[in-house]
Design a protein around this ligand. Structure first.
Ligand SMILES: [Fe+2]
Length: 389
């Protein structure tokens, strides 16, 4: 196993795994222990990259598995994802190419972006992986990404799921769907996001906070399709229909329907997929009375968002990073992501997981997501003004 994972945050750098450069070197280990107690993670990152030869010398000259020691036999990945399948793909990449993968894993993408900004040109990061176009746009606006220049990306991933300036691409995508209690609401009573604002649903809608990027991007998609004014009255209508003050994540909204706290929820498709594919009685019970609908089939299609990746502009190992991104888009990796995450594969022609396939062939909104992301600041202002906290 040649994967190193660094988790930043509470665990700080104490969770460096066996095999990492720091772990193997007692002087650096002591230095890290002192720094991780004394400095916030963002500054620690900057100090780390300044002190350690991350992009060259000892760190860069990794003895790759089954290959020659090489300057480029490593790729440094900053990721806000934390899934087992990522490790599986990284291990397969190392096996196939001999290129070692170092992962800096942080839950919040914003922290990674701040860290990269603080590290500046000395950042060891080659690749940034995160979810939601809102986060990718923040990194893009900060000038952190370079051009992907990959035919694997342009030939395999539909245009609306990648950046119009070629600075990031989806590795998978998810739909923001509406779940409802089928014992209380008839099929066809709700068909669109716009319907959620209808006063007839007063006290029945469940949704997470508007501080979360999923809702910000959904609102940004409405700004893109309907304009500011209509989105504002929509946000006000939805806020007035809430069954409770926004709380919890998407799965919590599904559980709240099952518990009778409300009847309609807005969730990402993979959360429903996970529960539907689960073997536990609790999850089965949660989904027992819940139906899913893909909104806006009669017009623009259902809003989608991405898990995505960008190549860092000053990537110390750009060639390896390009290979790494292409590997995530290989049929084999795409199939792994689809079956483990219940997201839709980004590459055309790859089958989704059986439970996702059972959703049918919904029509998706194909407006370029970079256009949606550009409306994110407007959407955030509108959600705040509407009182959707
Ligand atoms: Fe999520």
């Amino acid at each position: 196993m040649i994967l190193n994972v660094v988790k930043v945050g509470e665990e700080s750098f104490s969770s460096l795994r066996k095999g990492s450069f720091v772990q193997q070197n007692p002087t650096h280990r002591r230095l890290f222990a002192v720094l991780s107690r004394a400095l916030p993670s963002v500054f620690l990152g900057a100090v780390v990259s300044a002190l350690l030869p991350f992009s060259s010398g000892a760190y860069g000259q990794t003895q790759a598995a089954g290959g020659q020691a090489s300057e480029s036999a490593v790729v440094n990945v900053y990721s806000s994802r934390h899934y087992d399948v990522d490790k599986e793909i990284n291990d397969a990449f190392t096996k196939a190419t001999g290129i070692r993968v170092n992962v800096v894993s942080v839950k919040e993408a914003a922290q990674l972006v701040e860290r990269m900004k603080a590290e500046g040109k000395r950042s060891p990061a080659d690749v940034l992986m995160t979810v939601d176009v809102g986060n990718l746009q923040v990194a893009k606006s900060a000038g952190l990404f370079g051009k992907l220049k990959s035919s694997t990306v342009t030939d395999g991933v539909p245009a609306h799921l990648r950046d119009s300036d070629d600075e990031w691409t989806a590795v998978s995508f998810r739909a923001r769907v509406i779940a409802y209690d089928k014992s209380k609401i008839k099929e066809g009573e709700i068909t669109s996001y716009e319907d959620l604002a209808d006063p007839k649903w007063k006290g029945r809608v469940l949704v997470r906070s508007s501080n979360h990027v999923y809702n910000q991007s959904l609102a940004a998609s409405l700004v893109t399709a309907l304009g500011e004014e209509k989105t504002e009255s929509w946000a006000r209508g939805v806020t007035q229909n809430l069954a409770r003050k926004p709380e919890g994540g998407d799965t919590d909204q599904l559980k709240a329907i099952a518990a009778g706290r409300g009847q309609i929820a807005v969730v990402n498709s993979y959360y429903a997929g996970r529960l539907l594919a689960s073997n536990t009685d609790e999850d089965k019970k949660t989904m027992q009375n819940i139906a899913l609908l893909f909104p806006n089939q009669g017009d623009r299609g259902t809003h989608v968002n991405v898990s995505g990746v960008g190549l860092v502009k000053n990537a110390p190992h750009a060639a390896a990073a390009r290979k790494y991104i292409d590997f995530w888009l290989s049929k084999e990796s795409q199939s792994k992501i689809a079956n483990a995450m219940f997201e839709f594969p980004a590459v055309v022609g790859v089958e989704p997981a059986p439970v996702v396939k059972a959703f049918g062939s919904p029509k998706f909104d194909t407006v370029p997501l970079s256009k949606v992301a550009a409306n994110s600041p407007t959407a955030i202002r509108i959600l705040d003004k509407a009182g959707w906290r």
